[in-house]
Design a binder for this molecule. Structure first.
Ligand code: ADP
Length: 443
């Protein structure tokens, strides 16, 4: 069965096999040259040596082609090439003077060459060492070397064999250490990605919790705010029914009552739409917003809680630049500040009508907004901890301590600042500075 290219190990890839074939062909050329150069340096022609080199070179060409055509497994190439080379070297040595042959030192190089070309595995080097040792002993025997001379050769060879094995082992250890470091790096990156995922999830949960808390604070007011227009819509409908039963109904009066009823229904629709938008868990892609729109929306939302406490005055300068924050986040910040002011005024002693002022004016960098109240102000001991997550002075169930921390986070993310102080005349003041948004003009 043919293997799919992507599932092959790297040493069987087409590119690797082509490289192998090229190396084998280069070696074949080198062998032919070395055969010829030895004849030249010896100063005489030894036809057997030439024939050995020609056969050696031809078998390398054949091996290269066979490997590239996948007839021979590529992992066997080293062992086959070593076997051919050892046999050829033996013949060379035999035809050129045994131990005194200029080819004899080449025998020592065989395990080194195999170790260099197959550093990833131990077996080829060990097999090459064993075969070379056998060849060395055979050469000594053919050459009539004494036992002492043979032992000297064996010891020298043992050193070369050790260097080959040691070099291969060092390479493998380095490779394994590198692989281990790679694996650890990948694991560390995975852990980092996971902790980043958990962090952003907990951030989302925190924002969701705070939004739900704000919704909870608004809920009671919503019932009241919806009930009011509902009551007069209901009584207006009763009036219209009665009027239509009259023989000559006052059309002007009917129009006025109808318009009033329509206003009431629209007020309810507006409250429901604002609440739905506020409670929706969606990220806004537009990071620009008009301050006036955000103030209107926040005021409408907070009015369900503030209306019974007193007045909210809005002083937004005309023609303000767009600011670099999503409307959803700016509304959330303003609603938080307004509801905090309401909470503060609720606990103020002596009781007083609320007077909350929301103002906005242009600055060089963008827009500066202020939310001021005439409540009791922020105690000095509370001021330094005001923006800490989970810091609250409210009883359980009334405060989460997340409101101001999230407000500051949203504002800081937009490149702005949020600060709190007490007004000299009493009450708290929150100052919000937001950078202007870069407006991309359409061509
Ligand atoms: P929470 O409203 O859930 O307590 P916040 O982070 O919004 O959490 O507020 C933290 C604390 O800051 C409040 O508990 C309150 O003590 C104080 N605070 C916030 N706004 C005002 C204000 N306008 N006047 C006085 N104190 C305030």
């Amino acid at each position: 069965m043919r293997k799919d290219a992507s599932s092959r190990p790297p040493y069987e890839s087409d590119e690797y096999l082509r490289l192998r074939r090229r190396n084998m062909l280069l070696c074949a050329g080198g062998l032919l040259l070395s055969g010829a150069s030895h004849q030249l340096t010896l100063g005489r022609v030894i036809p057997e040596v030439f024939a050995v080199h020609a056969a050696w070179s031809a078998s390398f060409v054949a091996l290269g082609l066979a490997v590239a055509a996948r007839w021979v497994p590529s992992r066997m190439t080293g062992a086959i090439a070593a076997l051919i080379s050892l046999s050829a070297l033996m013949l060379d040595i035999r035809f050129t003077g045994g131990l005194a042959s200029p080819f004899f030192p080449g025998l020592y190089a065989v395990p080194l060459i195999v170790a260099v070309f197959t550093p990833g595995r131990r077996e080829p080097t060990l097999v090459a060492c064993a075969l070379t040792l056998v060849s060395l002993l055979l050469t000594c025997w053919w050459s009539g070397a004494t036992l002492q001379a043979t032992l000297a050769q064996v010891f020298s060879f043992a050193f070369v064999a050790w260097v080959s094995a040691y070099g291969g082992r060092t390479f493998r250890r380095l490779r394994d250490a590198e692989r281990e470091a790679d694996r650890e790096r990948v694991e560390a990156l995975q852990r980092l990605a996971e902790s980043e995922r958990l962090r952003s999830q907990s951030e989302r949960n925190r924002a969701e919790m705070e939004r739900l808390a704000v919704m909870g604070k608004l809920a009671a007011g919503v019932a009241h705010e919806v009930n009011n227009p509902l009551a007069f819509v209901k009584s207006n409908l009763g009036f219209l029914e009665e009027e239509l039963g009259e023989p000559a109904p006052d059309v002007e009066e009917l129009r006025r009552v109808l318009e009033e009823t329509r206003q009431g229904v629209m007020r309810i629709q507006q409250i429901v739409a604002d609440l739905r938008r506020f409670s929706r868990d969606t990220a806004e892609s537009d990071e620009r917003c008009a301050v006036g729109d955000a103030v209107d929306e926040a005021q409408r939302l907070a009015s369900v809680r503030l209306r019974s406490l007193g007045e909210v005055m809005v002083d937004v300068a005309p023609n303000l630049p767009l600011v670099r924050i999503s409307q959803r986040h700016l509304v959330q910040v303003l609603v938080n500040l307004l509801l905090n002011a309401a909470d503060a005024l609720d606990t103020a002693e002596p009781r007083r009508p609320a007077r909350i002022v929301v103002s906005a004016a242009a600055t060089e960098a963008g827009v500066k907004m202020e939310v001021e109240d005439n409540g009791p102000g922020i105690p000095e001991s509370v001021l330094p901890r005001l923006f800490e997550p989970f810091f609250t002075t409210k009883p359980p169930g009334k405060g989460t301590g997340l409101g101001l921390a999230l407000c500051r986070e949203y504002v800081a993310r937009a490149g702005g600042t949020l600060a709190a102080e007490n007004r000299p005349e009493g009450g708290a003041r929150f100052t919000l500075c937001l950078p202007g948004a870069v407006v991309h003009r359409q061509r």
